[in-house]
Design a protein around this ligand. Structure first.
Ligand code: CA
Ligand code: CA
Length: 265
C-alpha cells in the first residue's frame, strides 16, 4: 500500500516535472521565429532557391544535397549569380525597427581580393527602409598565399573585419544580430565575436533587396570566387542563444510523450 502511494507520488512528480519542462521549452521556442529559410540539404540535390520562391540573377548555383555551390571560376570571363529572397514579413528589416537575426552557413573555396569592386563576388546583402548592408566571405585576409585563417568583412570600397581567425577548411555558421537602432552583433558558431555600430556597415540603399536578403555573386567586376552556401535564414531575434537547438525540440517531444504516457497509465 505504502509502496503504491509512493509510486503514485513519484509518477505525479514526474508528470509535473515533464509538464514544467514542456512549458519552459515551449516558451523558449516562442522566443524565436524563423521568418525565412533556404536550406540546401532540406531542399534536396538539384533544388535551388528558385524552387522556394527566390529570384535568381545571373548564373545558377548547383545543389549537391549538402550545399549550394557557387563556382564560375572555370568559366571564361566574369559571371554573377545570386539569389534574392521572397519578401520578408512587413517590418522585418526597418532602420530603428524590430530586432532581427540573419544566419547563414558558408565556406569560401577561393579568395575575394581586397580591391574596391570585388566585395560583391561572394557576399550576403540586405536592405532595410533606409540603408543597404553587406558582408563578404573572405578566405584569405592578405590576398596572398599561404592561406591561414579568414574573415567575415563588411564595407564595399573599404573592407573592415567583423569576424577574424576563421578556419575555413570547414563550413561555419555566421549569425548577424541587429539590436534595433544601434548595432550589429557578429557570432561565429553561436559565440559572439564583435559588435559593430550599424552606421559603420550601412551603405546607400538602392531598393534591390528592400526587406529581403540576397546572397552569392552579385557582380561581373573583379574576379569570380567559388564557395559553398549551406543555408540562409532570417530570425525575429538578434541572439542565436534564443534559437532552440534541434536537440531541444527532440527533448520537447520527449517531454510531451512522457506527459501523454503518464496520463494514459
Ligand atoms: Ca582576400
Ligand atoms: Ca563575379
Amino acid at each position: 500500500m505504502r509502496k503504491g502511494i509512493g509510486m503514485k507520488l513519484f509518477m505525479r512528480t514526474m508528470v509535473g516535472a515533464a509538464f514544467v519542462a514542456a512549458l519552459l521549452l515551449a516558451g523558449q521556442t516562442q522566443a524565436a521565429t524563423k521568418l525565412l529559410e533556404f536550406d540546401a540539404a532540406a531542399a534536396g540535390a538539384g533544388n535551388t532557391p528558385t524552387s522556394q520562391g527566390w529570384t535568381q540573377f545571373g548564373s545558377a548555383m548547383t545543389n549537391n544535397g549538402s550545399f549550394l555551390l557557387q563556382d564560375n571560376t572555370g568559366v571564361g570571363g566574369e559571371q554573377s549569380g545570386e539569389y534574392l529572397s521572397p519578401l520578408l514579413p512587413v517590418g522585418t528589416f526597418v532602420d530603428g525597427g524590430s530586432d532581427y537575426g540573419i544566419e547563414f552557413r558558408t565556406k569560401p573555396r577561393t579568395d575575394v581580393p581586397f580591391i574596391g569592386s570585388a566585395w560583391g563576388n561572394m557576399y550576403l546583402y540586405w536592405e532595410d527602409d533606409q540603408w543597404s548592408y553587406n558582408v563578404t566571405i573572405d578566405l584569405d585576409p592578405d590576398d596572398a598565399g599561404p592561406v591561414t585563417t579568414g574573415s567575415i568583412v563588411y564595407g564595399q570600397g573599404s573592407f573592415s573585419p567583423a569576424i577574424t581567425g576563421i578556419d575555413w577548411s570547414v563550413p561555419h555558421d555566421i549569425f548577424i544580430g541587429y539590436r534595433s537602432g544601434a548595432v550589429f552583433d557578429f557570432y561565429l558558431d553561436g559565440a559572439i565575436q564583435s559588435t559593430v555600430v550599424s552606421g559603420s556597415i550601412a551603405r546607400t540603399r538602392n531598393g534591390f533587396a528592400d526587406n529581403r536578403v540576397d546572397f552569392g555573386d552579385g557582380t561581373t567586376a573583379a574576379t569570380d570566387v567559388a564557395g559553398e552556401w549551406h543555408f540562409v535564414r532570417v530570425w525575429d531575434v538578434n541572439d542565436p542563444a534564443l534559437i532552440p537547438e534541434p536537440g531541444t525540440i527532440c527533448l520537447m517531444g520527449l517531454a510531451a510523450l512522457m506527459m501523454l504516457t503518464r496520463r494514459r497509465s
